[in-house]
Each structure stands twice: as structure tokens, then as C-alpha cells.
Design a protein around this ligand. Structure first.
Ligand code: ADP
Ligand code: NA
Length: 339
């Protein structure tokens, strides 16, 4: 059976990258898969979170899932801390994963920066917890943005080593699903950095709850370059922007990619439409499109958050179902380990 697991951290500022790179794809997968969508609060505390903010952000992520169209009755929506099996399996995986594997993880290097001695131990073993998230349900597919590919590959390595060490075929090897034209949405202020919740500049990202005026302002101020917009000859045989062209104009291609994703059109057709045009005209079209798409979702998020009993009920039931689903799998693991 094919089962999906994926999650978002409740660390505030849900943005267009989270939507296009993750949540929107999940909405489309829910008809074909049995899905578990988590709000990964255990991951969030690998860097300091104000408790009240964490609680608020947890509801916000749930609201985003629901407002984007995930069916919380058919599928499971819950927050990670409510299912103790995540922490229990993560400990076992701490003892399976090798230090050398964790040392290769680029996210730890990026997030810890030059203050590595002062990073939490949790941030370092974050990928082991992520492997536990996925494998606690024997999930087979993990839809994520490009930035999480390395962590899903580590989860495969952990599953394989566990199976080999104990001579069992307990865990499936989960596959990353990196889909669509917006697997890596870049910052509006710097096309070489990914759009991120933790970027200190709010102008760098479009948040899912930004109103029309703010979206317009952010797109108007988005960094561009002095040249007219490129045409379809910028694409290589694989349909992707040629690497050297992307590197020369990352901001332009990022905005065009966002337009293609939001309009559900191939990039080639978007490039053909705007070829030779000025950024001002394109930015107006992008603003209209972003407001039309995100406006409805943002409004629904605000409605859900205003009276959060519906969110809380979905989270409560989701956690119950997640506990029931994971308990026999954790038992199976513990038997194999010798507990
Ligand atoms: P962030 O990196 O903004 O803190 P998370 O780590 O919670 O977000 O990631 C949640 C999901 O959103 C993951 O599947 C991740 O790959 C995806 N994602 C995050 N940022 C981007 C981005 N800029 N472009 C595409 N997908 C992204
Ligand atoms: Na991320």
C-alpha cells in the first residue's frame, strides 16, 4: 500500500514556497494516496521558540492545510508532539544513523552557520527524527521541496540499515516526491537564497496570510534586473531554464517560475507570453494572479483561526488516529530490537 507522510514546521510566516513546494502538491495527491500531514512541532524546537508563538503557529499550519483543501476527515492532520512514538522511534534511529551521515547534511551546516558549537543537539539529529516521522507509519512516499531531498535519502539509508542490522524487512524505503515547477521558490530580495520562514526580511517572502495590498507591495519591490524578460529559448531540452542563464538572472526566472506554478501553465508558455516585455507589466500580472490564488486561502485561514475549535477538533482526532496507526508498528520495532 502506498502511504504519504509530510510536514511543515510551526515556526511562523508560512509562505508561498511552503504552499507551492509542498502543501498544494499534497492537495493533489490526497485522491490517490492514504495521507498523513503533520505539523512538526518537535522539529520546530530544534531552534528556540516562544511557547505562546509555537502554540499559535501550530494552529496556523493546521489552518493552512485545511484552507488549502486537505480533507482532515479523510486524511490525518495532527501535530507531532501528540504522538509519543515519534520521539521513541527517533531515539532508536539515533542509534542506527552514523555520525558521518549526519555530518554530510547541508541543512545543519546552513542553519547552524558559524555558531555550530552553540547549536542544539536536536538540530544535529533532526534528520533522524524526520526518518522516524516517515517510518513510524511505514510511509512509502514523501512529497517535499527540493531542500528536503537529502533528508529523505537519509531516511532511506536508516530504513535500509535497520532492516540489514536486524535481518528483517520491516521498513519500506521511502521515496522523495519532488514535483511541479516550484520545488525551490527563491527569496524576492535575493534570487540565490530560498524563500524561508526564518528570513529576517518579511519583504523576502509572500506569506499565505498577506492581504492583497501587501502582496502587491512585495511583488512591486521584488528585486529584478534591467533587461527585458527572456523568452522560451532560455529553456533547455529538459524544459528547465539553462543553468548558466538561471545563474545570470535568478530573480527574473524565480518570478517567472512562480507565475507558471500559480497559473498551472508550462514555463515555456509563460516565457512566450512575456518575452521582451518590461518587468512592470509582468509584475502587475503576477500580483493579480497571486492575489487571486492566495487571497481565498488566506481568508479561509483567518476564518478558521478566528474560532479555532474546528482546527482543534481536527488535530485531536488526527492525533488519535495517528497513535492508533503507529502503535502496532512501534511494537513491531521494539520486538525486533529486543525491548
Ligand atoms: P522552511 O524551510 O520555510 O522553514 P519547512 O522546513 O517547514 O519550511 O518546510 C516545509 C515544506 O515546505 C517542505 O516540504 C519544504 O521542502 C517546503 N519548502 C520550504 N521552503 C521552500 C521553498 N522556498 N520552495 C519550495 N519548497 C519549500
Ligand atoms: Na525547510
Amino acid at each position: 500500500m502506498n502511504r504519504i507522510f509530510s510536514g511543515v514546521q510551526p515556526t511562523g510566516n508560512l509562505h508561498l514556497g511552503n504552499y507551492l513546494g509542498a502543501i498544494r502538491n499534497w492537495v493533489r495527491l490526497q485522491d490517490q494516496f492514504d495521507c498523513i500531514f503533520c505539523i512538526v512541532d518537535l522539529h520546530a524546537i530544534t531552534v528556540w521558540q516562544e511557547p505562546a508563538e509555537l502554540r499559535k503557529s501550530t494552529r496556523e499550519v493546521a489552518a493552512a492545510y485545511m484552507a488549502a483543501g486537505i480533507d482532515g476527515r479523510k486524511h490525518i492532520i495532527f501535530n507531532q508532539s501528540q504522538v509519543p512514538g515519534h520521539s521513541q522511534l527517533a531515539w532508536i534511529f539515533n542509534c542506527v544513523a552514523r555520525l558521518g551521515w549526519l555530518n554530510r547534511m547541508t541543512q545543519f551546516k546552513e542553519k547552524s552557520g558559524n555558531a555550530r558549537e552553540n547549536a542544539s543537539a536536536g538540530l544535529y539529529v533532526y534528520p533522524n527524527l524526520m526518518a522516524a516521522d516517515i517510518l513510524l507509519y511505514k510511509a512509502t512516499h514523501v512529497p517535499v521541496g527540493e531542500d528536503q531531498k537529502q533528508h529523505v535519502e537519509l531516511a532511506r539509508d536508516i530504513a535500509q540499515k535497520f532492516n540489514n542490522d536486524f535481518g528483517v524487512q520491516l521498513f519500506p524505503l521511502p521515496e522523495p516526491m519532488i514535483q511541479g515547477p516550484a520545488t525551490r521558490v527563491m527569496s524576492l530580495r535575493d534570487g540565490t537564497k530560498k524563500m524561508s520562514k526564518s528570513d529576517p526580511s518579511d519583504m523576502s517572502r509572500i506569506n499565505m496570510t498577506d492581504d492583497a495590498e501587501l502582496v502587491a507591495q512585495k511583488i512591486r519591490k521584488a528585486k529584478t534586473d534591467p533587461h527585458p524578460l527572456p523568452g522560451p529559448e532560455a529553456l533547455g531540452a529538459n524544459g528547465q531554464v539553462k543553468d548558466e542563464l538561471f545563474a545570470a538572472r535568478p530573480e527574473a526566472f524565480n518570478l517567472l517560475g512562480i507565475y507558471a506554478a500559480l497559473s498551472d501553465r508550462p514555463l515555456a508558455s509563460v516565457l512566450a507570453e512575456f518575452e521582451g516585455k518590461a518587468f512592470s507589466a509582468f509584475k502587475q500580472a503576477l500580483t493579480d494572479l497571486a492575489v487571486a490564488t492566495l487571497g481565498r486561502i488566506g481568508a479561509e485561514m483567518k476564518r478558521l483561526l478566528a474560532e479555532p475549535s474546528e482546527i482543534d477538533a481536527v488535530l485531536r482526532q488526527g492525533a488519535e488516529r495517528a497513535r492508533a496507526l503507529s502503535a502496532p508498528i512501534l511494537k513491531e520495532v521494539e520486538d525486533v530490537v529486543g525491548f
